[in-house]
Design a protein around this ligand. Structure first.
Ligand code: PFF
Length: 452
């Protein structure tokens, strides 16, 4: 069949036309929205950062995403080989390989935080999370600085991820996303209502929504760009990989718009929940990676049925983290399996084990290894920075040149318009991908040299 990959085994495909949409949305919506977004907004000084982020999502993230999905569906191969199929005898595939490295690096530190979330879910389930006299700051910091427990949770989490990826796209990834994604909204809406009715909510809302542009600097611009890439999972090869399992009859352009909308909505809701509470309870918005883990339990403690909501909430965070971690592992596994001609059953556990091992160092950098600093960053911070703020924008730059100038907009158009699908705003997209995306990224990257 024409759906075969270079391993000559029939290539897997999503079971339904929603398979891709749910899985890609599952990848995009994750800790990046609930954990990372609030703390980088806090560090970036609030609303001006949020506006930059929104601008980058629309003008850079969405156009790249549409192109990336098209590469996968056209290539029908892993993140690297899909480039080779579109442009044989060229070196563009190296960008696909960079994507594999990015996924590897992100999963190494992402699994640490996902492990924390898993632990908090279990704590909430067993009613131990929000005891009234608990000091959330010190209990969280003693947990993450422990030399053993964070690694134990990280390993448990990675085992679950490996087991799901092992089962392949239809029975593993797609089935789980179908079950797990839909619970999200009701829960966030309830929390939103709670947070917005807190005393001093106004101050938090203003911090989040009323921009002060004088605070903007190169570091903040780069951070907002990095957050846009990270949150959308764009330029990682995820859309190539998931797109390669996509059926021709489902619409790339419409799916892209839907994913962006959902992802932004969840991030904004998370911000509107966290910041009113941050100001109400007197938490420092710029405190860093533990912001969400301290703020949410505080909200629950203050709430009717808080224990129950805490359970649901951390279940959702855990699930959101899981579906993203699945996609991170899948990109690397799809590559390893096709490159070394291994079966999924062999490739998934080996890849998972190596990533967990490397990720262990990220976990320890909150405790025993916290003294190790490179460019003034911990190991964890360094992994995050290199992946999100260096490699992602760089890879996005190469991606835009490949799509806009090598494959060319007309090639993408033909792929997208298969089976009668439409490509609304094609001309706008084409202008963005050829000019706006590469030029803006390039300027930001050059402007940031020196802030490493
Ligand atoms: N977008 C995910 C999140 O916001 O949590 C993280 C992520 C997943 C980044 C997959 C990159 C990726 F390829």
């Amino acid at each position: 069949s024409k759906e075969t990959s270079n391993t000559s085994v029939p290539r897997e495909q999503w079971g339904s036309r929603f398979g891709f949409l749910l899985a890609a949305a599952g990848s995009a919506v994750g800790l990046g929205n609930i954990w990372r977004f609030p703390f980088v907004v806090g560090e970036g000084g609030g609303a001006a950062f949020v506006l930059l982020y929104l601008g980058f999502v629309l003008l850079i993230g969405l156009p790249l995403m549409i192109g990336e999905i098209s590469i996968g569906r056209r290539g029908r191969a892993n993140a690297m080989d899909s480039y080779k199929i579109i442009q044989p005898n060229s070196k563009w595939y190296i960008n696909g390989f960079i994507g594999v490295i990015i996924n590897f690096m992100i999963l190494a530190f992402y699994s640490v935080v996902a492990g924390w979330a898993f632990y908090y879910f279990i704590l909430a389930l067993t009613g131990q999370l929000i005891a009234s006299d608990k000091d959330f700051e010190s209990s969280f910091s003693s947990f993450i600085s422990d030399p053993i427990m964070p690694i134990v949770w990280q390993t448990i989490l990675m085992t679950v991820v490996v087991l799901i990826v092992l089962r392949g796209v239809k029975k593993g990834i797609e089935k789980w996303n179908n079950i797990l994604m839909p619970t999200l909204f009701v829960l966030l809406l309830i929390l939103l209502f709670k947070s917005l009715t807190l005393e001093n909510a106004r101050e938090g809302i203003l911090f989040f929504l009323k921009p002060n542009f004088s605070a903007i600097n190169s570091g903040i611009i780069l951070a907002a760009l990095g957050q846009a890439f990270f949150s959308l999972s764009v330029a990682t090869g995820m859309y190539v990989t998931y797109g390669s399992y996509k059926r021709n009859e489902s619409s790339i352009a419409r799916n892209g718009g839907g994913i962006v909308l959902l992802d932004v909505l969840v991030a904004i809701m998370a911000g509107l929940i966290i910041f009113p509470a941050v100001f109400h309870f007197g938490i420092d918005p710029g405190r860093g990676p533990d912001l969400a883990f301290i703020t949410f339990p505080t909200i629950f403690r203050d709430m009717q049925f808080g224990i129950m909501f805490a359970g649901f909430f951390f279940f959702f965070v855990f699930v959101a983290a899981l579906t993203s971690a699945i996609s991170l592992l899948e990109v690397v596994v799809a590559f390893v399996k096709e490159k070394f001609k291994l079966s999924r059953k062999v490739a998934a556990p080996i890849t998972g084990a190596v990533i967990t091992l490397v990720g262990g160092f990220c976990a320890l950098s909150f405790g025993p290894l916290s003294h190790i600093k490179v460019f003034d960053r911990t190991i964890f911070g360094l992994f995050d920075f290199i992946a999100a703020e260096v490699l992602l924008p760089f890879s996005g730059l190469i991606l835009s040149i490949f799509i806009g100038w090598i494959w060319k907009p007309i090639g993408v158009k033909q792929e997208i318009e298969k089976e009668g699908n439409s490509f609304p705003l094609f001309k706008v997209w084409s202008f963005l991908i050829r000019f706006v995306v590469p030029i803006v990224i390039l300027i930001i990257l050059i402007d940031s040299i020196g802030i490493i």
